[in-house]
Design a protein around this ligand. Sequence first.
Ligand code: AMP
Ligand code: GLY
Length: 423
Amino acid sequence: MNVLLLGSGGREHALAWKLAQSPSCDRLYAAPGNPGIAEEATCVAIDMTDHAAVTAFCAANTIGLVVIGPEAPLVDGLADSLRAAGVPAFGPSKAAAQLEGSKGFTKDLCERANIPTGGYIRTTSLDQAVAALADYTAPYVLKADGLAAGKGVVIAATLEEAKAALSDMFGGGFGEAGAEVVIEEFLEGEEASFFALTDGTAIMPFGTAQDHKQVGEGDVGPNTGGMGAYSPAPVLTADLQARTVKEIIQPTVDTMRAEGMPYSGVLYAGLMLTKVGPQLIEYNCRFGDPECQVLMMRLQGDLVEIMHACAQGRLSEVDAGFADETALTVVMAANGYPGTPEKGGAIDLSASEEGGAKVFHAGTKRGDDGGLIANGGRVLNVTAKGANVTEAQANAYEAVDRVDFSSGFCRRDIGWKEVAREG
Ligand code: AMP
Ligand code: GLY
């Protein structure tokens, strides 16, 4: 079967690498792709916002499966357009992608389905939002309702900060995403991510992970898209995973189906492991980046077969299978990130993959002379395996030290919490 993968980040490089390994993959295309993806796929220029162009490409190239990497085209309904054209697509419909596209939608769903999550209100009025702060205590959790590239959440330490953040949100500081705001109860605990594939009915647990959102070692400084991750996350014990499926994933899938918005694709649940059990912080309608990279390092099953079955409502016919080993990825970012990253820095990866490590490209491109250069904030995801987090971490940093990227930096402590527990 010919497969088309959409996206251009480290997540999509990891997906491309795994899709290309599948015996059922004939030709793999990617749009727009990146230099790492180009080693696995034929990269083509298709505008993802032009649904007719995507479906025309699929018809012309007998595409049997489209894998949609990022959230924006899903929230924009690309999976619906593909299905209408008879092309199996991995990823939810526009209606189902509201689970990521609208935080208020998800909070309301949790209420209807009795899913454990923090108390909340949603409002489109600044006055009402400010008045509602009286019902909460610091720290205040304020969320722009819509897609905000991971930057739509403010945790305000004081009432004054909360009011200022609300003024900013309603004043357009978060664009369209902030026209509606959710104020939410602060949940205490450790965060972890749980992934599940679903075809609308069947549910296949698809691994756990923990990431490091903040730019600085020890989890300090501004938030980023993620500076590193590992899988599995031992903190999500078998018992907590079973509870997550029973109390969160299953009622979500069942309610979405019952309400005429069956969810098909990957459900990425951001969880807070509180004293009373796992609570939902948020849903994403796509794989995490860089969490996907560590999941793909461990996946043993045939990704084309799994995603095709998922897209066709036959998920119960396939198996995933993950290695027991831990995979850990370290993000190498360009100096300046998460502010304005320095572009154009030279990269040499020639020695980096010795010893079984894998370097996924996130923000790279080919310079005029064909050499690899930095072209984004998060540039590389250096990924390795080991018997536990401690070993995987050591292997990943050995590989990091073989990467030549002098205008970049990374955190040296990815996995620190788990390393301390293992020690
Ligand atoms: P989100 O984009 O919803 O994942 O939120 C970004 C980050 O804000 C999360 O990863 C948490 O660290 C934090 N956060 C969001 N909601 C809450 C909450 N209700 N309680 C505590 N922390 C939260
Ligand atoms: N690494 C966090 C995310 O992909 O949302």
